[in-house]
Design a protein around this ligand. Sequence first.
Ligand code: ADP
Length: 607
Amino acid sequence: MNKQDFKNIWLILRNLAMNYKKVLVSMFLMSVSIGVRPYVAVVLTGILIDAVYEGASFEILLRYALYGVGITSVFMLIETVTEKIFNQHLEYMFEIQNRPLNEKSMEMDYEYLEDAKVHDSRQRLNSAYTRFGIQGSALSHISKITTSISSCVTALIIVIPMFFRKDAADYGWIGSPVLSIVFFALMGFFVWVNYKVLVYYNTKSNEIRKEQAPWENRKKFYMDLLASAEPQKDLRIYGQKALFQKQAEKIVSKEKAVGRRSAFCMMKSGLVSQAIVAILGLLVYGFAGLRGYVGMITIGNVVTYASSISKVSDSIYMFAHRLGWLKGVANYAVHYVDFMALQQRKHEGTIPMEKRRDNKFTVEFENVSFQYPGSNTYVIKDLNLSFVIGEKMAIVGKNGSGKTTFIKLLCRLYDVTEGCIKVNGIDIRKYDYKEYCDLFAVVFQDFCMFDFPVGENMACSTQVDEAKAMDALERAGLGDRMKTLPEGLQTYVGKGFDENGVNFSGGEKQKMAIARAIYKDAPFVIMDEPTAALDPEAECEVFAGFDKMVGKKTAIYISHRLASCRFCEDILVFDKGQVVQRGSHEKLEQEEGLYRELWNAQAQYYA
Ligand code: ADP
């Protein structure tokens, strides 16, 4: 474990300490008690042996025994209470870990979510230590480390009198403090060697296991893939079963090989460590025995000291192991810390959005250029355009010409690289982001409907205005379908949350996404290829009803099917991130240019 590992572990626990102090306090008390308690029996055994040897009465022996039982009971009581508190929290540590991560995911700049590295970090945190989370796993290792440290400290306190005694001179060289120091140094040396050996093999074993990391991701990929129905269609049609099995076998045999090498490594560690512990035992018994032999310490003391010191070896073993495992947790903690430390790059404006009853908004793109983060290609280049609310605008162009990116910029999912976008004359970065978002209802190509009831999906809330939801669904062309649902708006979308849920078709879900946009009743309605999953009849329905759907709002309609957009008065033709033509279908059709080229190419298919 290096300094950075400790720092990362400290950072993940600091978050926990702020909200769950009880867990840390109970973990600490529990661990210390577990470390110290065994010594009550060790010390008591020594005392009883001496008492018996000196011919103590039965009452005295009984009193000692009762003291022992009493003290042990106190420790056990502490352990029972603290263990209960600790384990209770441990059970939902994964959820405790995920809560701030989820909040961060929902609040962070959108650009991070499309960043492969950030995505990978989040995935790793999701799949690692899924029972107790990384915080819970760190805590359980730290708990064992605390136990081993308190055990060593207790042992040291017990054995110190054996090393340094005022009457040492009476026992010749056997009682000499020099011998104590030599013994102490030898013991320290062997304990240190033992620790080093364990750490060495642990690190090696961790490194071997690390080779497995890329395979773990693949395994998760296969498991997720096979658990969902979607990919099974292709799998069956293309007879990919054998391919999948081969790939899965590859992973299993890799895992087996890694597991074998790691187990062999740990076996070597165990052998060397046990040999060192045996030497330590010899030393301790020899030394204590010698001092017992000359009468410097009692027989009871010999037993107490020797048992204490052999417990130290066990503790060192536990300490080194758990430290190695903690290092494994630290490898994941770094993802947690980095993820939580991602800084908002987007400028957070404060100007409130003007709430206009007449919905009069003007939008201007002024010399806007944009590159995706980490790329040096301009996806939008020097774009200048303006439009006014109430207008219907269509954007057409080939795939990859920047249509969706234009929408992402308008909705501030990304900020422009150069130039600026203004709404009502003010740079959109200056507006309060939440209020600015309220302006838009967007149906993205890859929209998401959740496995919640239809009504909640419409309202994006548990408070559903049923009449409004039904009206939106009707306008989006789902009126008849809704009548067939026995639970109406309470019907669950998909079967993820409710086995009586309905698996709606792609086209139906697309209509639902349109209905959700209508329900939001925002001044701008943007539809990015909203008819891709619709059949021609349904597509016609959407177009015919489009004006009715959006009313007097500004509507931006993106499509690569030119026929869909030809009824729009204002058509923008995108090419390589620029608007190369603008006008009505009739105008553009007359002009020499991309529009006519695309129109003619597509007309063949409609003819
Ligand atoms: P359209 O909607 O016209 O099909 P897009 O706006 O989706 O086009 O994409 C324009 C270009 O930007 C494409 O070349 C695409 O590969 C690139 N692009 C889209 N999204 C990203 C992204 N998240 N990171 C990097 N490049 C992207």
